[in-house]
Write a protein that binds this ligand. Structure first.
Ligand code: BGC
Length: 726
């Protein structure tokens, strides 16, 4: 746990206050605290009676589930404050409501989707973006966000791959910490203050493993993979002090994720030490019935509450049935007491008892502040991944006629990302406008609708920027695709443009890694931008014009074709390895190359970097023991640049099968042309060990191989032998 995190455990004086409130509650009032109900402009008035009776603990400011890109108005601040006034002044005990709303990659100012933020590998900036999102959201009366989304995803057909950090547990863990710190702050005082909001790690756990990449579908994950791959980001969020966790919609190994005592109590609380409260996903308590593990809503409520779901998001099963369940003895009242205590503690920690209302005037000063847009631009520029460049990028100042074409060349809404309910669409900077601002001296030929005009412009320009990709409506919740290809017609358009013989720079904007081998063939340069948000066009123009040297790296493997899925770098060693990155025999398929299109961690720069001098010093990996790895990285290019230096390990012989490689550390290094610097990584038990038999963390003695380089295909390696301990 970072020293500056709010303590994982609540302060004793807060728990004491919560206990005193709990002691005065009737059974009905307790149940009320565990009930979250939707609130939207038209419903606010009718909620008054419920709030006054103490029958609601939280309002979710949404009118339907999977709001995603839907524009859903939040109730006006006056209305929210009025609802709060009823809770505070008119309900018997005056317990304030906690208002929740999805703030996933920004509120009014939109940042890149989380997958893009992960591609920046810049966690200081990710934390800053979450801080800004919290600041803006808090100014609109939101106390609680349902983020970060920490689902490891190995199947990019799944639309929600856009909402998480990709395929790697280590990178996702760093993102988890950064976002939790950004939303909640790093101290109890910040959490209680008016600029932060409560975070929620979701969707606990394994939701990203839905079979076939089909949202809400079944997941089956061995305990070994659960602990080593899917749980680490949640562990990191808990260690960073996350106050709430959301249980998923899915079933995992035969149990409902919102009804598994094993997952929600034995692992989350007893092992990970989570002390906050668990909220279900939207109606996931009632969905125990759909899964046919409960005969009716009453049984569904019993299963979830006994498993450890404290608050029921919107299904109403708790409100309708907990009373009878307690009266009949099916659910001990002590179970409710624990759940209510946790909810009250978080409300106290969030400062809601001291400051239940939001200042009406604050949002005008806060929303879309120039400083916020600046961070959005920096983060978006850093999240752009340069996949190919045959010397056309950056566009030289000598080039005076630029065609900016393609279906997304002037698109604003297409840049916003899959969770942008509060984003200001009119403020989004499209790519053509960004390039226009970056190159006022150049003649721009812009067209995004008519293909024949696009070809005509390409013919008369010196260089052609073709902006293609998918609209956010094709990613996010319940938006999966069977083929991870560009939408219809876009490849043909690129073919036609390439026929002009002009140098083509393809900019692909998407919510997932798309299989784009043909784009690579046709374009002289390819930039990949995961939906980049408000400042997307400026950020892409910064990279195209060379104002920013690209440094983003793929947070997820880019497959060559849909049929290659699942293809992730940290696959296990097998008895008969395929000829993939780390050597072996045979090919997985007869009809395509063995390797993915681009490996995890890949991304080019306008500079070039070389790696040398890998050195390892080992000591016994006891409590203080560690392995020190160092290497020299040189900028061998002609421009200053930043490189994400990555460190991977392989535990050469282990009791249980382990990944061929796993990321254990990385550092962003800024290097002037010709400059070289040493990087050093220190690996301890956390990095070298794994969760072995019986779920215990072990570091096994023996040989380890270490790689340092610019992607998961890094070639520079060395070995060392470490002593074992647990
Ligand atoms: C989604 C969650 C989201 C919730 C509330 C659900 O449909 O799965 O990620 O936080 O709705 O909007």
């Amino acid at each position: 746990m970072s020293e500056t995190s709010p303590d994982r455990k609540p302060r004793p004086e807060i728990v004491q206050r919560a206990r005193e409130i709990l002691a005065r509650m009737t059974l009905d009032e307790k149940i009320g605290q565990l009930h979250q109900t939707p609130a939207y402009p038209d419903r606010m008035e009718s909620l008054g009676a419920l709030i006054k009776a103490g029958s609601v603990g939280s309002l979710i400011l949404a009118s339907s589930a999977f709001a995603g890109t839907e524009e859903q108005n939040v109730a006006e601040l006056e209305t929210l404050n009025a609802a709060q006034r009823i809770a505070v002044n008119e309900s018997r005990l005056g317990v304030p409501l906690i208002f929740g709303r999805d703030v996933i990659h920004g509120h009014r100012t939109l940042f890149p989707i989380p997958l893009g933020q992960a591609a920046s590998w810049d966690m200081a900036l990710v934390e800053e973006a979450a801080r800004i999102a919290a600041r803006e959201a808090a100014s609109r009366g939101i106390h609680w966000t349902f983020a970060p989304m920490l689902d490891i995803a190995r199947d990019p057909r799944w639309g929600r791959v856009s909402e998480g950090a990709g395929e790697d547990p280590y990178l996702a863990s760093r993102l988890a910490e950064a976002m939790v710190h950004g939303f909640q702050g790093r101290t109890p005082e910040e959490l209680a203050g008016p600029e932060r909001i409560v975070a929620c790690a979701k969707h606990y756990v394994g939701y990203g493993a839905a079979i076939g990449g089909r949202d809400y579908d079944t997941t089956e994950i061995t305990d070994n993979t659960l602990r080593n791959t899917y749980l680490p980001p949640f562990r990191a969020a808990v260690d960073a002090g996350v106050r709430t966790v959301m249980s998923g919609f899915h079933d995992l190994n035969g149990e409902s994720a919102s009804g598994s005592r094993y997952l929600l109590t034995e692992i989350l609380r007893d092992e990970l030490g989570f002390a906050g409260f668990v909220v279900s996903d939207w109606e996931s308590v009632a969905q125990n019935v759909g899964m046919r593990i409960a005969a009716d809503r009453e049984e569904a409520a019993a299963i979830s509450v006994l498993a450890g779901v404290d608050m029921d998001m919107t299904s109403g099963c708790y409100l309708d049935h907990l009373y009878d369940l307690v009266e009949t003895g099916t659910v001990p009242e002590s179970v409710l007491d624990e759940a209510v205590l946790r909810v009250l503690v978080v409300k106290l920690e969030a400062g809601l008892f001291e400051n239940p209302y939001t200042d009406i005037d604050r949002s005008a000063k806060v929303l879309m502040h120039a400083d916020h847009r600046k961070v959005a631009r920096d983060l978006a520029a850093r999240s752009v991944v340069l996949l190919k460049n045959t010397d056309v990028l950056p566009i030289s100042d000598a080039v005076k006629k630029i065609a900016v074409i393609g279906p997304l060349a002037e698109a604003k809404a297409a840049l916003r990302g899959s969770w942008s309910i509060d984003g200001d669409l009119s403020a989004i900077v499209d790519v053509a406008s960004g390039i226009k601002a970056a190159r006022p001296d150049a003649e721009l030929l812009v067209e995004s609708a008519q293909a024949d005009l696009m070809v005509h412009y390409a013919t008369s320009a010196d260089v052609v920027v073709v902006v293609v990709g998918e609209n956010p409506i094709r990613s996010g919740e319940a938006n999966d695709v069977a083929e991870i290809v560009l939408p219809p017609g876009q490849e043909q358009l690129l073919e036609a443009i390439a026929m002009t013989g002009k140098p083509v720079i393809a900019v692909v904007i998407a919510g997932r890694p798309l299989a784009i081998p043909r784009v690579l063939d046709l374009a002289a340069a390819v930039l990949y931008a995961f939906h980049p948000g408000t400042e997307g066009g400026n950020a892409i123009a910064d990279v195209i014009s060379g104002r920013v040297n690209p440094s983003g790296k793929l947070p997820i493997t880019m497959p060559r074709s849909t049929g290659q899925i699942p293809v992730y770098y940290n696959r296990k060693s097998t008895g008969r390895p395929y000829m993939l990155a780390v050597g072996g025999v045979g090919f997985p398929y007869r009809d395509i190359d063995a390797a993915p299109l681009f490996p995890f961690g890949y991304g080019l720069s306008y500079a070039t970097f070389s790696y040398s001098g890998l050195r390892i010093a080992c000591s016994d990996v006891g409590a203080d023991g560690m392995v020190r790895v160092s290497a020299t990285v040189a900028n061998t290019g002609t421009r200053a640049g930043e490189e994400v230096v990555q460190c991977y390990i392989q535990d050469n012989v282990s009791a249980l099968t382990r990944p061929v490689r796993e990321l254990v550390a990385y550092e962003r290094l800024k290097l002037a042309p010709g400059e070289s610097r040493d990087v050093e990584f220190t690996l301890g038990a956390a990095e070298l060990g794994y969760f072995g038999r019986d779920g215990k963390h072990v570091v096994e003695s023996g040989a380890f191989t270490v790689w340092v380089g610019g992607s998961s295909d890094a070639e520079l390696s060395a070995s060392c032998v470490v002593g074992g301990c647990s």
